[in-house]
Design a binder for this molecule. Structure first.
Ligand code: NAP
Length: 285
């Protein structure tokens, strides 16, 4: 009997998860179909409850449901609880387990693709949504020295900084002004863009949160945005002589971690990367 798994979000038009997850199941010749389940908020509870059926392995969860599904889980790993968001659901004999693999995907990309060790480092986070929360908690857990959050809506940055201080972090929230950004960036080791600025098909398409003139040479600039692969921010980082990391490796690593939770098998990273890149490339054409 074909097992089913899929991504829950709304809207889902441009998600490439179904493409690079399906090739992973096909790689092992598993009888599993990965589907796109576009789910408005008023249907979320019913759809999540349905995942308890033996046909389902579980689900990925994306914008805007990562926080809402938290209360619908039977069990949860500590990391997802700390972050306050679930991006992976595993159905274990009718019980739903909640995980957050964004944090793991981010750290793996940072270390492997950026060759960056966050221990003792000063970090700037741009944005204060779900991704910013996962990234901040992840980076704190591996010993970052301080986190400074800039967000268009200052109150959201303040709320995130307060949450991080409860985890004993040295955390600050600042309003998004060029002079403040310039000054803070001159003293940091890593900037992570967790806003959707620069993301294709979003209102921020074509935009960059920073220009080259205020990016110091040698720091690491990690852009979570993965579509386009080469974002306006990554171009500015290169111009400034900074070290750019794009969002695609994180996307594939978080998906690979989900695959391993559902199947217990090692994710075939090479085929997942190749198909994710192809999907983004084809979209361009
Ligand atoms: P979210 O919860 O909706 O948060 C969006 C953030 O972007 C908020 O801080 C928002 O600021 C800010 N923002 C949006 N448009 C902006 C603009 N024009 N100017 C300045 N700030 C703007 O979304 P999320 O889940 O955190 O995701 C954020 C981005 O990360 C998305 O592009 C998503 O695709 C990407 N992401 C990538 C991965 C990966 O694996 N590579 C994983 C997760 C997320 P306000 O608070 O002021 O609205």
């Amino acid at each position: 009997m074909t097992k089913r798994v899929g991504i829950l979000g709304y809207p889902l038009g441009h998600s490439i998860s179904p493409v690079f997850q399906q090739v992973a199941f096909d790689h092992y010749s598993m009888d599993v179909k990965y589907e796109a389940w576009e789910t408005p908020s008023d249907r979320l509870k019913d759809v999540v409850d349905g995942l308890r059926h033996a046909d389902f392995l579980g689900a990925n969860v994306t914008i805007p449901h990562k926080e809402a599904v938290l209360t619908m889980m039977d069990e949860m790993e500590n990391l997802a609880r700390e972050i306050g968001a679930v991006n992976t659901i595993v159905n274990r004999e009718g019980k739903l387990w909640g995980y957050n693999t964004d944090a793991q995907g981010f750290l793996r990309a940072l270390r492997k693709d950026g060759e960056f060790d966050p221990w003792g480092k000063h970090v700037i986070i741009l944005g204060a949504g779900g991704a910013a929360r996962a990234v901040s908690v992840a980076i704190l857990r591996v010993g970052a020295r301080s986190i400074t959050i800039f967000n268009r809506t200052l109150e959201r940055a303040q709320k995130l900084a307060s949450t991080l201080r409860l985890l004993n972090a040295e955390a600050y929230a600042l309003s998004w002004r060029r002079e403040g950004l310039k000054e803070a960036i001159s003293r940091c080791d890593l900037v992570v863009n967790c806003t959707s600025m620069g993301m294709k098909h979003s209102p921020g398409e074509g935009g960059t949160p920073l220009e080259a003139a205020i990016i110091p040479r040698g720091i690491v600039i990690f852009d979570l945005v993965y579509n386009p692969i080469e974002t306006p921010l990554l171009m500015e980082a290169r111009k400034a002589g900074a070290r750019p990391i794009g969002g695609l490796p994180m996307l594939v690593y978080q998906g690979a971690a989900s695959f391993e939770l559902w199947t217990g098998k090692k994710a075939p990273l090479d085929v997942m990367f190749a198909s994710a890149k192809k999907a983004l490339h084809n979209e361009k054409a």
